[in-house]
Ligand binder design. Structure first.
Ligand SMILES: C[S@@+](CC[C@H](N)C(=O)[O-])C[C@H]1O[C@@H](n2cnc3c(N)ncnc32)[C@H](O)[C@@H]1O
Ligand code: SF4
Length: 438
């Protein structure tokens, strides 16, 4: 049965060739179908492996072409109806047309490919949970165009904002706040003074952070405080060019994690998928298995998301984090949760670190770096010589680079796992356990 291609954004590149038939046999990490026409690779957004489609080339290069899907002649058995009506235009998701189990297996294949030089016999352990309603934090762009409020995410095809009515990956509470906020912004002139709005849900409830690009009168602010009261959300204001420290921190936020309560500033990093965070922590504890003999170093520790659970089982934990304010929050979190075997150091892990860390008999290291990885700190880890290293990664290519270095310096990969923290998107988070060779 021939199907029309999903409706495309107005910003898609214009066709430069005739409509042609393609047999799709692969999928890129960004969810583009891969086909070959007279030997030349063509990437077709929206096409899936196993499908026969028609498409028109929109861009031609020396090594590959790009084409726009015009019709699906025979659909893949794994093609599903996207859960979100904005999927064809909104850049927030790339995998909604693919069944959940296939999303997971294609991410697993991709991760295996990235780590092919490091893993041969190890099976990839997969952690996943519900595929919609999982995001407890979102940054929504806002712009007023010809009198119309554009409120949403960047387009798949350009940097334009795609105005959305709802977003199914947000938690239910955030979806409710989103609806009410969009409605309120459409009849109030605040939108023209906003760059972004941040929605956040945690154990304390829902909060909305307005990032202003222009000053707003006290009267207008008061109106919005009333709106927030009515909606039972906490409101934060970030003035134009103000820093995080200027956002009132007396209304610190918190999230519960098992028996722990973790306080944080509304602009601090927290894991976006609450349920997957709990699953990830349980797996980290299981794999690293800290005991009373272990002194654990928790690098890139944030406000203590891993440090506190680790300290419950280990002899002691030392957390390292670059942001002083997060280090203070982590210390406070240890104190309010009654843990006295934790200490925290504020340090930039891309720079040489003072000797203090090397005086401790560290047995295990957990690291959870940003996308850039932790290459600059690897020699220090090797000097510390922990028995085991648990690497939590949000970027498989920097994980592959860093793990390759650790393996060259005497570690072996014991376990590897995929964690689907962001279903419907191409993001892949992973965990790797390395052990010092005898
Ligand atoms: C992926 S987050 C992980 C945070 C924490 N482990 C968690 O699960 O909530 C990475 C953390 O590394 C911190 N960070 C970024 N660059 C850093 C650096 N150069 N040195 C130390 N910490 C850094 C960030 O502030 C952030 O808290
Ligand atoms: S990010 Fe939200 S609005 Fe955009 S495609 Fe995904 S679910 Fe839809």
């Amino acid at each position: 049965m021939r199907r029309r291609a999903p409706r495309r954004s107005v910003n898609v590149a214009q066709p430069i060739g005739p409509v042609q038939t393609f047999a799709v046999d692969g999928l890129t990490h960004e969810a583009k179908g891969v086909a070959r026409l007279q030997g030349k690779v063509t990437f077709i957004e929206g096409a899936l492996p196993g499908e026969t489609v028609t498409a028109q080339v929109t861009k031609t290069g020396r090594r590959f072409d790009e084409a726009a899907l015009t019709a699906i002649i025979s659909p893949s058995p794994y093609r599903v109806e996207p859960a979100c009506e904005h999927f064809s235009t909104c850049g927030g998701c790339s995998y909604q047309h693919l069944a959940d189990e296939k999303q997971l297996s294609s991410k697993a294949d991709w991760l295996r490919g990235q780590l092919r030089h490091l893993i041969s016999t190890q099976t990839l352990e997969c952690l996943s949970d519900k595929s919609t309603g999982y995001r407890r934090r979102a940054r929504i762009a806002i712009e007023v165009k010809k009198g119309q409020v554009m409120f949403g995410f960047r387009s798949k095809a350009s940097s334009d904002i795609v105005s959305i009515d709802r977003c199914v990956v947000l938690t239910n509470s955030l979806q409710t706040t989103f609806r009410s906020l969009k409605q309120a912004l459409s009849i109030n002139d605040l939108a023209s003074a906003l760059g972004h709005v941040e929605l956040l849900e945690d154990t304390k409830g829902v909060s909305v952070l307005f990032r202003l690009t222009a000053a707003v009168s006290e009267e207008r602010q008061h109106e919005w405080e009333e709106w927030a009261k009515q909606e039972q959300v906490t409101l934060y204001w970030q003035a134009p060019k103000a820093s995080k420290a200027d956002v009132v921190a007396e209304k610190m936020r918190y999230y519960d994690l098992g028996r722990f309560r973790l306080r944080y500033h509304p602009q601090d990093f927290i894991q976006v998928n609450d349920i997957m965070n709990q699953k990830m922590l349980a797996q980290a504890m299981d794999w690293l298995d800290p005991t009373q003999q272990d002194v654990v170093l928790d690098l890139f520790c944030g406000v203590g998301n891993f440090s506190l659970p680790l300290a419950q089982q280990a002899q002691s934990v030392i957390g390292v984090e670059v942001q002083e304010s997060m280090v203070e929050a982590a210390r406070e979190n240890a104190r309010i949760n009654g843990l006295d075997n934790l200490s925290f150091v504020a340090a930039d892990l891309t720079k040489p670190i003072e000797n203090e860390l090397f005086h401790h008999a560290i047995t295990k290291v957990l690291l959870d770096p940003p996308r850039a990885g932790a290459f600059e700190f690897l020699d220090s880890i090797i000097k510390i010589a922990p028995r085991q290293i648990l690497y939590v990664s949000c970027n498989a290519s920097t994980l592959a680079r860093d793990a390759e270095y650790l393996v060259a310096k005497g570690y072996q990969v014991l376990r590897v796992g995929l964690m689907d923290m962001f279903p419907q998107t191409s993001h892949v988070e992973s965990m790797m356990l390395l052990q010092k060779k005898k």
